[in-house]
Design a protein around this ligand. Sequence first.
Ligand code: SER
Length: 316
Amino acid sequence: MKKILIIGAVGQIGSELTLKMRELYGNQNVIASTRKTEPSQKIKESGPFEFFDVMDRKKLEAVCDKYKVDHIVNMAAILSAVGEKDPMFAWDVNMNGLINILETAREKKIKQILMPSSIAVFGPGTPRVNTPQDTVLKPTTMYGVTKVAGELLCDYYVRKYGVDIRGLRYPGIISHETLPGGGTTDYAVAIYYEAIQHGKYTCFVRESTKLPMMYMPDCLKATIDLFEADFSKLKHHSDFNVAGMSFTVGEMATEIRKHMPDFKIDYQPDFRQAIADSWPESIDDTAAREEWGWKPAYTLASMTVDMLTELKKKLK
Ligand code: SER
């Protein structure tokens, strides 16, 4: 049985991925970890949990030894908006954390690393519609810089040392379990919370802003499908484009109004507008479809029904 260490297990994706992986691979085989945020009861009670900082290599190695870890999933990252407020912190966590994981994996002969990337690798010079798999990577955020460097570094470790590393470029992830932690795409989650709680939302990007998004069940499926993929069939490794859906904020508001006709929205763009404008509108994920069979299930309409239903239960 695999022994999987999930680093960053209390974040938006990590918290749900931990529970999903425990269901699939056995509670005791999935070790959750984070730097300092207290985990949910569900995570604490369903399997092993460790507090440590990914920048602390000794502790990382000790945890790998303690549980005989052979797979590492790294969900720890400082996202685009927080990264612009503290670029050095983003560099430290995203790059020095990653190199610790890669070196630990190389030395301890860890069987597989899953290291996510992001649509933040793209920049203003990248084609914005149906952004190709292999294209210009000149991001303008520190988050994007670290994700490009991370992809290159991971591919280097695959080539040079034969480490099995996989990664996918997450679009904005929408979910109702754990809030996202400081990204530009956070508005696509906040809009649903605010609709349920206050019937209105002030959005920090313009109505016409269109970005690639994905609903959490698709995100978990993409992550686990890539985790399970046959490594020998992969031509790409650390940088798979994955598409879910693409829509403007205005289109989200219209979809919400189908269920809540009185929902109101206004717009006060801030510094995150420029970040959004530098990212693609839609993604070409042919490589992921061909190399490991990726296929999303959710649309804006089906996600909206699900988000509103779940948040009504959670928030009322
Ligand atoms: N959700 C991320 C962000 O907005 C993109 O990967 O920073």
